[in-house]
Design a protein around this ligand. Structure first.
Ligand code: GLC
Length: 401
C-alpha cells in the first residue's frame, strides 16, 4: 500500500471522460447501447474527431479554480480507443481522428499546474478480438476460452506498461471495467507499483488497492475512499443532457463525503473539440469560490461521529467541528450532539466570533444573521476540547444519506 497522504489531504478531484464517443454526444456507452458496428463508429465518430481546441492547461486551470487537487482522465474507455500512441493497436488517437497523442499534453499541463496526475483505464475493451464482444447487456460473464483470456491479459498488461513508463510520474491509476474476471489483477498491480512507486490504485480490479470507490453514491466505504459523481446524468459528453447539479448541490456533496472521511471525484465530459461545457465551468467555478472562502474544513477531514440535522451538515477535522448551515434555523441554532466542551466559535469565511452558550447537552450558536449570509452554506467553526465526540452513540441503523 502506498502513502495516501496527498490524496486524503486533497479530498476533491476532477474526473474527465473524453473520447471519440464525445463526437456522437450521447454518452460514453453509445457504441454498446446502440449496437453501433465498429466500422460505423470508426467512420462517423473516431475519424471525425479533431479535438481542435484541446488545451489541457485550461482543464487544469479550471480544476485549480474549482479547488480540486487532482485530475483523472480516461486514457482509454470501454470502446477501446486509446488517447495515446499505443503500439498494441492501430485504434488510437495518433493513427486516427485527432492524429496526435492527447495524453502527453494532459500530463504536462496537470503537472505544470502543481496538481496530481491520474489515469483512468478501462481494462475491458469491447472491440478487441479476444474480448467476449461489444454488445453485452451490460457485461459479459465469462471468457470464451482460456487462450483468449490469456491473450487479452497480455494485451492490457502491455498497454498498462506503456502508460506506466511513457509519461513520467503518475500519481493515481483508476481502473474500470475489470470484467469478466479473472484478470491477473494482483500481478498487474505489483508491476504497476514497481514501475510507479507510490502510485495510488483503486479497488476495481479486485487486487490489493489503496482506495475504494463509490459510484454515483455518497455512502461511506471502509478505509480510504472516494465517491465519483457526474455533474449532469452522464460521464461522457451528452449534448442533450441539461440535468445539471448546481453549485450548492456540489458543495453539499463535497461536505457529505468530507464528513465521512472520503474524497469527491466530480466529473466533466468535454465536448469533441476539447472544451468543457460552459455550464460545467460555471458550476465548478461557483462551487470553487465558496470553497476558497471556506477551505479550512476540508484537508484530511475526519469521519464525523455526529448524526444528522435539519439545518445543515456537520464535518470534523482534528479538534474542530464545522457546522455548515444551509437552512436558516432562525436567530439561534441548537446543536444537541456535542459531548465536548466548546472553546470558541467563529464564522469560517470572515473569522468573526459567533456568540455561543453551552447549556448541558445543548450548544446554542446565537444571534445568527437572517437570512444566512452565504447562499451556498454558512459555516461556523468550533474549537472543542479533545477529539470531537457525540453525546450518545448512534443507536439506530436509520441514517439518511
Ligand atoms: C461505469 C461505467 C463507465 C464510467 C464509470 C465511472 O463503470 O461503465 O462508463 O466510466 O462507471 O465510474
Amino acid at each position: 500500500m502506498s502513502d495516501t497522504a496527498w490524496f486524503t489531504e486533497a479530498r476533491y478531484g476532477m474526473f474527465i471522460h473524453w473520447g471519440a464517443y464525445a463526437v456522437a454526444g450521447r454518452g460514453e456507452w453509445v457504441l454498446n447501447r446502440e449496437r453501433i458496428p465498429y466500422s460505423e463508429y470508426t467512420a462517423k465518430y473516431v475519424k471525425r474527431w479533431r479535438a481542435r481546441k484541446y488545451d489541457p492547461a485550461e482543464w487544469a486551470a479550471l480544476a485549480a479554480r474549482a479547488g480540486m487537487k487532482y485530475l483523472v482522465l480516461t486514457t482509454r474507455h470501454h470502446d477501446g480507443f486509446a488517447l495515446w500512441d499505443t503500439k498494441t493497436s492501430e485504434f488510437n488517437a495518433v493513427r486516427m481522428g485527432p492524429k496526435r497523442d492527447l495524453l502527453r499534453p494532459y500530463v504536462e499541463a496537470v503537472r505544470a499546474a502543481g496538481l496530481k496526475v491520474g489515469f483512468y483505464y478501462s481494462v475491458a475493451d469491447w472491440g478487441h478480438p479476444d474480448y467476449p464482444g461489444p454488445y453485452f447487456r451490460d457485461w459479459p460473464k465469462q471468457w470464451p476460452d482460456e487462450e483468449r483470456r490469456q491473450r487479452f491479459v497480455q494485451y492490457y498488461r502491455a498497454q498498462l506498461e506503456e502508460l506506466m513508463t511513457g509519461y513520467g510520474k503518475i500519481d493515481l491509476l483508476w481502473y474500470d471495467g475489470c470484467i469478466p474476471g479473472p484478470l491477473d489483477g494482483a500481478a498487474a498491480n505489483a508491476r504497476v507499483k514497481e514501475l510507479q512507486p507510490g502510485i495510488l490504485i483503486n479497488e476495481r480490479n479486485g487486487a490489493p488497492f489503496d482506495f475504494a470507490c463509490q459510484e454515483q453514491s455518497l455512502k461511506a466505504k471502509a478505509g480510504v475512499w472516494e465517491s465519483c459523481m457526474t455533474l449532469n446524468d452522464n460521464w461522457g459528453y451528452h449534448a442533450g443532457d441539461n440535468n445539471w447539479k448546481d453549485a450548492r448541490t456540489v458543495i453539499r456533496m463535497l461536505l457529505t463525503v468530507a464528513g465521512k472521511g472520503g474524497n469527491l471525484l466530480l466529473n466533466v465530459g468535454p465536448k469533441p473539440d476539447g472544451t468543457i461545457p460552459p455550464r460545467s465551468v460555471r458550476i465548478l467555478e461557483q462551487a470553487g469560490a465558496w470553497l476558497e472562502r471556506n477551505r479550512e474544513f476540508l484537508p484530511d477531514s475526519s469521519r464525523s461521529p455526529f448524526s444528522w440535522n435539519n439545518s445543515g451538515l456537520v464535518t470534523t477535522r482534528g479538534r474542530r467541528v464545522y457546522v455548515h448551515l444551509f437552512n436558516s434555523p432562525g436567530k439561534d441554532f441548537c446543536l444537541a450532539e456535542i459531548g465536548n466542551k466548546v472553546l470558541a466559535a467563529r464564522r469560517l469565511e470572515s473569522g468573526e466570533p459567533v456568540a455561543f452558550e453551552q447549556a448541558g447537552d445543548r450548544l446554542f450558536l446565537k444571534g445568527l444573521p437572517r437570512p444566512l449570509p452565504d447562499p451556498i452554506a454558512t459555516t461556523v467553526a468550533l474549537d472543542v476540547e479533545g477529539d470531537p465526540r457525540p453525546l450518545t452513540e448512534q443507536t439506530t441503523f436509520w441514517v439518511p444519506e
